[in-house]
Design a protein around this ligand. Structure first.
Ligand code: BV8
Ligand code: ZN
Length: 254
């Protein structure tokens, strides 16, 4: 059991907030059995994600990159939302304005019932044309490993933002606007090293939100948060919702 403590101020903020924005990273899906990017060895075969999740790697060896994505797709297709995802979907129904900004490409927030979700880095279960950008459903290489082609001749690729590629500008702009308007901002399960997503907590702080980090360990940004809760999001989030629902006023520890 992790030892974490929620202050009376956070409990009060949680109960009175009207505009909530939550940023999530790979850590919130860890309890659904999906490996994080930089934890658990962070390797696939002998490769680090940053070596495979680049346009150069895809153009150099599309079959290898597709193999990595297909292995992740298979895992994600059977993965179920965990209590952390479900608590966020419940929280969305309790406040006037709730925005979920995720770096994750696994689609588990929507699977849990979250509605107002911005996927900054795309969605691994979708494919798109590498040339014209046309969406190609769940197209993927067949057993022969041949790379499917778009009608324009371009190669099909996973519909995710690779390192060195721009995030979808409309999604990023809406996420930044939502963060700037938040009175309560949570950053959950992210190492806060990937930009521009890692700028969002600073935007929240600059605009006066009360900011909270949930992570197992300290991150590069931990010092900028008003409160840090050390433990698994799948335990902490349901406990916060329960405490707020019970109208508890004192600190909550688990
Ligand atoms: C871009 C899709 C313009 C693919 C991903 C400054 C400004 C702008 C860009 C940069 C910059 N500095 C560097 C860059 C380049 C780069 C970057 O940030 N590199 C990093 C590595 C230094 N950024 C980009 O390339 C972005 N593009 O800005 O374009 C540009 C381009 C070049 C140069 C300048 C400007 C595009 C970034 C998007 C890349 N695509 N995903 C795919 O999934 O295959 S990012 C990838 O990392 C995933 O989406 C992942 O979600 C994301 C971030 O990682 P985390 O989610 O934080 O996961 P991580 O494993 O690191 O951490 C998990 C955390 O959870 C840990 O802290 C752990 O303790 C915690 N945890 C574990 N279990 C639990 C838990 N917490 C709570 N409960 C638990 N149970
Ligand atoms: Zn095309």
């Amino acid at each position: 059991m992790s030892q974490w403590r929620m202050s009376p101020e956070l409990l009060e903020r949680f109960r009175t907030a009207t505009t909530v924005v939550v940023l999530t990273g790979a850590g919130i899906s860890a309890e659904s059995g999906i490996p994080t990017f930089r934890g658990d060895g962070g390797l696939w075969r002998s490769f680090r994600p940053e070596e495979l999740a680049t346009p150069e790697a895809f153009h150099r060896n599309p079959r290898l990159v597709w193999e990595w994505y297909m292995s992740r797709r298979e895992l994600i297709m059977t993965a179920m939302p965990n209590p952390g995802h479900l608590a966020l979907a419940e929280w969305e129904n309790l406040v006037p304005s709730f925005t979920l900004v995720t770096q994750n490409v696994d689609g588990l927030h929507r699977k849990a019932g979250s509605r107002n979700v911005f996927e900054l880095h795309g969605n691994i279960l979708r494919s798109r044309c590498d040339d014209c950008g046309a969406l190609l459903g769940g197209t993927a290489p067949g057993t022969d490993g041949a790379i499917p082609r778009c009608s324009c001749g371009g190669m099909a690729r996973p519909d995710v933002v690779l390192f060195g590629e721009l995030l979808p500008s409309d999604v990023l702009q809406k996420a930044e606007e939502a963060v700037a308007g938040a009175d309560l901002f949570f950053s959950i399960g992210t190492s806060s090293v990937v930009y521009p997503a890692a700028d969002l907590p600073r935007i929240a702080t600059r605009h006066g939100a009360f900011t909270v980090e949930i992570n197992l360990i300290p991150t590069e940004l931990s010092d900028i948060f008003d409160e840090t809760l050390r433990g698994p999001s799948g335990q902490i989030l349901p406990a916060i919702l329960a405490a707020a629902a019970l109208g508890m006023s004192g600190a909550v520890t688990c």
